[in-house]
Design a binder for this molecule. Structure first.
Ligand SMILES: Nc1nc2c(c(=O)[nH]1)N[C@H]1C(S)=C(S)[C@@H](COP(=O)(O)O)O[C@H]1N2
Ligand SMILES: [Mo]
Length: 411
């Protein structure tokens, strides 16, 4: 009954509230983050109450939780164990209604402008393909992943663990593009990428556009990608061309990128200046607070993970995924007693580099009872997950092992 009430409440809020429909724009155009009401129910898989949006119909519906047309989460038990997230199970997060599917019909003709370099010019994807080739396997994770565990109910999508995936992007290194344009102009401090969403005339682009700046340290392994997991980049994930900044939170990986500028300052866009800032609870984001850039180590158990599905007593394979953030995941530990004692788990599958996550398993003999299962990863730099989340206004970057714990019944 409570569930039902919340569902109705959420629908009412959605129709009364935030989303503004723009004639001829095919949907709502607003920062979903600022318009979506926080769900008042506790987080966790919501029943399949909404269909997949049109541009993502090809996703595996059984593996996804559809929060809205622009926010689709992977179920906790649907990541698989191979280390690579199948594309039809990868989460989606759009701040704006995505562009028309037409833009991926002839991907090679998509143009990106490069500025803030000695010889500014634009390149088609076909031209970029002649400059270099690199593949990077990496965790793509929304800054709001784990927001659903914050008790102060930050506004925005109530993601649990599934606003993340580990995928392989292929494209041209940003460094090769810089070489082809004579190198960076003097005094530049950031790489600023602009998304290809059309902003309707008459609206202030700064309040809407997805334009993100990253410090120059981020360009070391950055690529302009046209492929993901060996397939042409679909619209849902930023095709025809996407800026990929490995190790950096999702928002910095700008989809349908149309302009890459090397700049002295960070973008004036709202999404750079006030959103994605690490400000205290109750305080609006401003440039004086840290921007959400580099990711931290994080892990979670993927199976067993359903508190309502008892597991058979005896040998239980406890599996999960563990990422290192800016360096390789080195050690992952599992607890079945709520963090009182820990055992080292084993990584399985190939090591796909420092930006990738790794699957892990701990084989445990479990008698009937209820177990509080937790895991925590330590990366090569010795950084590990904290027990508790770091509180912040918008519920960003939750990597608390306690928040990600699951209560599993063994019978
Ligand atoms: N152009 C553009 N790029 C974007 C976004 C967007 O709305 N528009 N959303 C960002 C955010 S907040 C995240 S978490 C990731 C999500 O990537 P995915 O939808 O491929 O999973 O894309 C980022 N890049
Ligand atoms: Mo995000």
């Amino acid at each position: 009954m409570k569930e039902q009430t919340n569902l109705i409440r959420r629908r009412l809020l959605a129709s009364a509230g935030g989303a503004v429909a723009w004639a001829g724009f095919g949907g709502s155009l607003a920062h979903a983050d600022s318009t979506e009401p926080a769900s008042s129910s506790s987080p966790g898989p919501v029943s399949a109450e909404k269909p997949l949006p049109g541009y993502a119909k090809w996703k595996d519906a059984n593996s996804m939780i559809v929060h809205s047309a622009n926010t689709v989460e992977t179920r906790r038990d649907a990541f698989g164990s191979a280390g690579i997230t199948p594309l039809d199970r990868l989460y989606i997060r759009n701040n704006l209604t995505p562009p028309s599917e037409d833009i991926v019909k002839d991907p090679d003709s998509w143009k990106v402008e490069i500025s803030g370099v000695k010889s500014p010019r634009s390149f088609t994807v076909a031209e970029l393909k002649t400059l270099g080739l690199e593949t990077v396997t990496m965790v793509l994770q929304c800054s709001g992943n784990g927001r659903g565990f914050f008790p102060h109910k930050p506004s925005g999508t109530q993601w649990t663990v599934g606003a993340a995936g580990c995928v392989s992007f292929t494209g041209v290194p940003v460094k090769a593009v810089l070489e082809a344009t004579g190198g960076m102009a003097d005094g530049m401090k950031y790489m600023t990428s602009t998304g290809g969403e059309e902003i309707p005339a008459g609206l202030d682009p700064n309040t809407l556009m997805v334009e993100r700046s990253v410090p120059l340290s981020g360009i070391e392994d950055a690529i302009l990608a046209w492929e993901v997991n060996g397939e042409a980049l679909p619209l849902a994930h930023g095709g025809p061309l996407r800026m990929i900044v490995p190790g950096y939170a999702g928002v910095n990986n700008v989809k349908y990128v149309k302009h890459v500028a090397f700049t002295k300052d960070q973008s004036p866009a709202k999404i750079q200046q006030s959103s994605y800032r690490f400000s205290p609870i109750g305080v609006k984001g401003t440039p004086e607070y840290d921007s959400i850039w580099e990711m931290d180590p994080k892990s979670w158990i993927t199976m067993p993970s359903d508190p309502n599905q008892p597991v058979k007593a005896g040998r239980v394979q406890i599996t999960g995924v563990a990422m290192g953030g800016m360096s390789e995941p080195e050690k992952v530990e599992v607890s079945v007693d709520g963090g009182k004692s820990w055992k080292e788990a084993e990584f399985i599958g190939p090591d796909l580099g420092k930006y990738a996550w790794r699957s892990f398993v701990l084989s445990a003999e479990l008698k009937p009872g209820t177990y509080q299962m937790a895991c925590r990863v330590t990366n090569e730099d010795g950084k590990s997950q904290p027990e508790n989340r770091v509180e912040n206004n918008r519920g960003y970057v939750n990597n608390s092992w306690r928040d990600h714990m699951v209560a599993i019944k063994v019978a």
